[in-house]
Design a protein around this ligand. Structure first.
Ligand code: GDP
Ligand code: IMO
Ligand code: MG
Length: 421
């Protein structure tokens, strides 16, 4: 019937996993369309916590199909580990999990190249998750990559060797890094057996057939729009199109099938890794946000950089994605703040602007803030009108500034801690 999209409007970790898991019961299928195991999507159900990297966040809803689309890059090793976690948790997935044959494979040497490339950059490193994302997408666009469908071909071993040799040649250009290539290769080939045992599909036919049958599909973004390869804070970005445009190329569905674009943002802002972040608070405020928000990477465990919400930045990503509704998460993290700041405009090149400059890396911006009074109260409510007055007004103010409806507010990490308006 249609495809709805849910994606991050900031630099990732907006709480996509939690919200996808919650709204998944309104859909028949949940699909990942880009990224790979650089993602870490946390879902908390009761006292159980799960972190998904490549598997779509619909997997905990027993009647929902989950598709890993062609735009995704997949590491058989981490994928197998994720499946093992689901096995341990008693989650049945075999009949509901489908993988595009056109998704590209992350080889052990892609991870090695990622590490070597970062080591060569010194202090200007991207802060990659070291999952091999950049090198794998480079091989995809360079037309050298290996795809999931290739693992069924008789000459797969030969194809693997050819690509590995190319990588070993490239590695000679980089500083040496510590990496057990032989050990990782052994694990990789063993993990391919698991991958071969799963449902692999021509994702474009599979999803278009489902659309014809009247099914509802949710496309789950990874990373955030500010990490998009074209529109993010280049070069401090990931290597895929994280914006809504990536859904069509990443799943093989037409633009006309897309209905709602649900953008998700924290009530403040975080970033992990290098690169510009105009509203970052490298002070006590930032530390408090990190502590209360438990802002440590779900994939790498690194502390996340924290700061205030940034309206020009959000308006930019709302524009890029064609956002039709917003989900605000982690409102509860602001409970103890006397004063909450909202970045409303930038100063650069001698003028006030609401537009992001060409390159935030070279044009530093000063942010103009507006202060809002905090609410100093717990939020334990599921009714919007029952929120403390200042929390209620903060949401209405964001809605006004962003000129977009805020449809869901998340007030805690657990599945049920949500206000649906
Ligand atoms: P994702 O990558 O967008 O799925 O987000 P992550 O899982 O990497 O990071 C979000 C973190 O915030 C996770 O630890 C979630 O459990 C947690 N979280 C999600 N929503 C809320 C919320 O409303 N309040 C609080 N306190 N934590 C939340
Ligand atoms: P989710 O889906 C936050 C960041 C990395 C680094 C940059 C490039 O959980 O929101 P990469 O490994 O992709 O080459 O790293 O992008 N990054 C993320 N930051 N959340 C993510 O995913 C991220 N995936 C990548 O920290 O700065
Ligand atoms: Mg994450």
């Amino acid at each position: 019937m249609y495809v709805d999209v849910l994606l991050g409007l900031q630099w990732g970790d907006e709480g996509k996993g939690k919200v996808v898991d919650f709204i998944a019961d309104q859909y028949d299928v949940v699909c990942r369309f880009q990224g790979g195991p650089n993602a870490g999507h946390t879902i908390i159900i009761g006292d159980k916590k799960y972190v998904l990297h490549t598997i779509p966040s619909g997997v905990f809803r027993s009647n929902i199909l989950n598709v890993v689309g062609n735009g995704v890059v997949l590491d058989p090793i981490t994928f197998k580990r994720e499946l093992a976690n689901l096995d341990t948790a008693g989650i049945e997935y075999r009949s509901r999990l489908y993988i595009s044959k056109k998704a590209h494979l992350i080889l052990p040497t892609h991870r090695l190249l990622d590490a070597a490339s970062e080591a060569s950059k010194g202090t200007s490193k991207i802060g990659s998750t070291l999952k091999g994302i950049g090198p794998t997408y480079m091989d995809k666009t360079g037309r050298n990559g290996l795809r999931v469908g290739d693992i069924f071909l008789h000459d797969f071993q030969q194809k693997y060797q050819t690509l590995k040799e190319k990588h070993l040649g490239l590695l000679a250009l980089y500083p040496e890094v510590d990496f057990d290539l032989e050990g990782e290769e052994a694990k990789w080939f063993e993990s391919l057996e698991t991958l071969r045992s799963l449902n692999s599909i021509n994702c474009e036919y599979f999803l278009n057939d489902l659309l014809k049958q009247g099914k509802k599909i949710l496309a789950e973004g990874a990373q955030g729009s500010m990490l998009d390869i074209d529109y993010g804070t280049y070069p401090y970005v990931t290597s895929s199109n994280t914006v809504s445009a990536g859904v069509c190329s990443g799943l093989g569905v037409p633009p006309s099938s897309i209905r709602e674009v649900i953008g998700i943002a924290k009530a403040y802002c975080t970033r992990v890794g290098g690169g510009p972040f105009p509203t970052e608070q490298e002070n006590e405020t930032g530390e408090t946000l990190r502590r209360i928000g438990a802002e440590f990477g779900a994939t790498t465990g690194r502390p996340r950089r924290c700061g205030w919400i940034d309206i020009p930045q959000l308006k930019y990503t709302i524009m890029l994605n064609g956002v039709t509704q917003i989900v605000v998460t982690k409102l509860d993290v602001l409970n103890d703040f006397e004063n909450i700041k909202v970045g409303v405009s930038y100063e650069y090149d001698g003028a006030t602007s609401e537009e992001l400059p060409f390159d935030l890396c070279t044009t530093g911006v000063d942010v103009n803030y507006v202060d809002y009074a905090g609410w100093n109260k717990e939020l334990g409510v599921t009714d919007f009108d029952a929120l403390p007055a200042n929390a209620h007004d903060y949401i209405l103010e964001l809605e006004r500034l962003l000129d977009t409806r805020i449809s869901i507010i998340s007030t805690g990490p657990e599945r049920s801690q949500l206000i649906v308006r």
